[in-house]
Design a protein around this ligand. Structure first.
Ligand code: AMP
Length: 299
């Protein structure tokens, strides 16, 4: 099986109660692909600028992630500056530079067009759709989004939701998109728009799965220290999608199991800034934590 993910590859400036990091490696597709690589063969589609360090590309290649779909542009790399509140569950975007995405025509190389699992990580919904249209016959489509696109590209976002099998977003975004405070009601209203599954991420409180078969709630991996939550949502989605690509079991039970892989990936991500923890993470460590988590949960 194989998985492709399209989205942002970024230079992030991060402020958390534990400190600050400037122009470090980030991006929705970077985290997503990295997490998926612990479970399956992952390829990344995206665009980077003239200023993007080769060292970060090596981090992705080190996990066997194909960068055949990663373009280099003369513009500056997408950058995002986020500041977390004291509780680290909420954050503000202080600055975002989307100029590299303006007029960017997403191109999926022909070798990647037959991927079984297509993942539309956070980028403009129009570009998410452009990517999906080039994929031949995906078995499973996973889509993510964020508040900016809910605000400025709502209609195209609903087209993405309609085209996805599993739509994933966080609690704040689910409330904003559906104008409903109850997450189960919000999730059910999104199900009516097409996807077979809706997953609502709730940060340190875990995640909810909503499907016609029922709902399921999973807690986060219990950690005593959370350093930087950036990328946790993307790692969660990448672990989940990677697991589904690996097992091919798209049943309700199969998706519940996949949530454990998402939870595992996210738990490593938050242990340090940027990719600092992830880049040291071994397959053995990943599998050991996934196995430990499995013993805590009754499916
Ligand atoms: P997460 O913490 O999982 O929600 O994802 C954080 C990542 O999303 C950061 O590394 C950012 O570079 C990236 N990001 C932030 N805003 C956007 C945006 N509007 N489009 C695409 N990626 C973004």
């Amino acid at each position: 099986m194989s998985l492709i993910v399209g989205g942002s590859v970024a230079l992030d400036t991060l402020e958390t109660p534990h400190g600050r990091a400037d122009r470090v490696f980030g991006g929705s597709a970077s985290y997503f692909a990295y997490a998926a690589s612990f479970l399956t063969k992952a390829s990344l589609v995206g665009v980077i600028g003239h200023d993007f360090p080769d060292e970060y590309l090596k981090v992705l290649e080190g996990r066997g992630i194909s960068l055949a779909g990663l373009e280099r542009s003369p513009k500056p790399t997408f950058s995002w500056h986020g500041k977390y509140h004291e509780n680290m569950n909420n954050r503000d975007t202080l600055h975002v530079d989307l100029s590299i995405f303006e007029g960017w025509q997403v191109k999926v190389p022909s070798v990647l067009q037959n991927a079984d699992t297509v993942c539309l990580a956070n980028m403009s919904p129009k570009q998410q759709l452009m990517l999906l249209q080039q994929c031949k016959n995906p078995r499973f489509v996973v889509a993510d989004t964020m508040n900016l696109w809910i605000e400025i590209e709502r209609d195209a976002l609903f087209d993405v939701i309609r085209a996805s099998h599993l739509f994933i977003l966080n609690d704040e975004e689910a409330r904003q998109l559906t104008e409903n405070d109850n997450l189960i009601v919000a999730g059910k209203s999104l199900l009516k728009r097409g996807p077979r599954y809706v997953v609502v991420k709730k940060g340190e409180h875990g995640a909810l799965l909503i499907a016609k078969e029922g709902t399921y709630s999973i807690g986060a991996y219990p950690l005593e220290k959370v350093f930087d939550p950036t990328g946790a949502g993307d790692c969660f989605a990448g672990g989940l999608a990677g697991y589904l690509d690996k097992t091919g079991d798209l049943s309700f039970k199969g998706v519940k199991e996949a949530l454990l892989a998402g939870t595992t990936a996210a738990s490593f991500c938050v242990e340090d800034f940027s990719f600092h923890r992830l880049r040291k993470l071994t397959d053995q460590e990943f599998n050991a934590r996934l196995a430990a988590l499995r013993t805590h949960v009754t499916l």
